[in-house]
Design a protein around this ligand. Structure first.
Ligand code: CP3
Length: 349
């Protein structure tokens, strides 16, 4: 049974559970970041990695968009690359992630370590506890991780990529290695998400940022299957808690017919799909998204119209969380972020 408290009664958790809400809750991917002057001020003093590794500072920047705009949910300030160093892969940011010694073969995969996140990533758990303490008692905290497929692309390419040549070569040329790598990443990811929930995260998001490069069959074989492994594992271990799980496959449009098979409570929708069409294809599963991050550069009246259009398209079934279709861009104007939040918050049927 769901216990009644500020978090479980919040708009965000109610929407995650597919319950009716008087308006959609709103938060924004990358809501703590460079578009905010207060964030840039903190970054003048410390590197991005130091920021992630210092719980008080991670807490401070997590709170910035909550205090500034009053989002309905917060997200831990960290990065999907954080679990790679304890697996044995050093990561640097320049500003995108760079892995000095990418994974090339089965012997590299065999050497990757699984680990106890409460030990090796205690700074993340300390940040989760600090943020939970700093947040209003009815504002949920979202923990997160990269999905196995997206993490594989970074491990194999050694960083971001346009065409993913090494990932594709391994996927099609060495299936055994591919599945061994994805299985190991799934194990680490599940352990990491469970630890975040146990430290106080109220919901969990699995980011599959590059799933959209796959053909439909590949999406099922390499992305969806391992997202489901993580989700099933986490759900089983958190069975006595209500911690909704969001799966966000960026570029999900070609896969809508199988998307819900991941078993997540909520499906993230990027901006390339019409939200009404996505809701129709997905049935009653709660969804999160999907305003084009570019809309934050529109003139105010047009932005307001776009926000209302996303709300209207999302409301055919209960369970819509307003978000952008991907992360906010570093040059997005603050006053338009404020207008977006205020428009959602003042909307009523
Ligand atoms: O959403 C939030 O506010 C929480 C913080 C968060 C960050 N990264 C902070 C960050 C989250 C949830 C992430 C996830 C993440 N990181 C993803 C998945 C989401 C997505 O965007 O698809 C990915 C693919 C990464 C990997 C990553 N980290 C990249 C590609 C980059 C460089 C991007 C760029 O715009 O320069 C990062 C660095 C990063 N992660 C920054 C922030 C605020 C910028 C660092 C800085 O201050 O210089």
């Amino acid at each position: 049974m769901q216990k009644s408290d500020g978090i479980s009664d919040s708009l965000f958790i109610r929407a995650c559970r597919g319950l009716p809400t008087e308006r959609p809750p709103i938060w924004m991917m990358r809501q703590a970041g460079r578009y905010m002057p207060e964030y840039r001020k903190v970054r003048e003093k410390v590197s991005f990695l130091e920021l992630c590794r210092t719980p008080d500072l991670a807490c401070e920047v997590t709170m910035q968009p909550i205090n500034e705009f009053g989002f309905d949910a917060s997200i831990l300030f960290s990065d999907i690359m954080v679990p790679l160093p304890p697996m044995g892969l050093a990561v640097d940011f320049t500003p995108g992630p760079v892995i000095a010694q990418p994974i090339q073969n089965e012997s590299d995969i065999a050497k990757l370590k699984t680990f106890d996140p409460n030990e090796e990533l205690s700074y993340v758990m300390d940040a989760v506890r600090a943020i939970r303490k700093a947040l209003p008692s009815d504002t949920p905290l979202i923990g997160f991780a990269g999905s196995p497929f997206t993490m594989m692309t970074y491990c194999v390419e050694g960083g971001g990529s346009k065409a993913y040549p090494k990932t594709r070569a391994m996927m099609y040329g060495n299936k055994k290695a591919t599945h061994a790598l994805l299985s190991k990443l799934a194990q680490v990811t599940a352990d990491y998400l469970v630890a975040q929930a146990n430290a106080g995260a109220n919901a969990l998001q699995l980011f599959d940022s590059w799933a959209g490069i796959l053909p439909p069959s590949g999406f099922e074989e390499f992305a969806l299957k391992y997202a489901k492994l993580v989700i099933d594992n986490v759900r089983e271990r958190l069975a006595d808690q209500c911690v909704p799980i969001i799966y966000f496959a960026n570029g999900c449009a070609p896969y809508l017919n199988v998307y819900a098979n991941c078993g997540a409570d909520v499906l993230g929708i990027d901006w390339r799909v019409d939200l009404a069409a996505a809701r129709k294809a997905l049935g009653s599963v709660p969804v999160q998204g999907n305003m084009d991050p570019g809309c934050l550069y529109l003139p105010p009246e047009e932005l307001r119209k776009e926000v209302i259009s996303v709300i209207e398209k999302g409301r055919s079934t209960p369970g819509h969380i307003f978000n952008l279709g991907h992360g906010v861009m570093p040059t997005a104007p603050m006053e338009n972020v404020r207008l977006m939040v205020d428009t959602v918050k003042s909307w009523s049927a």
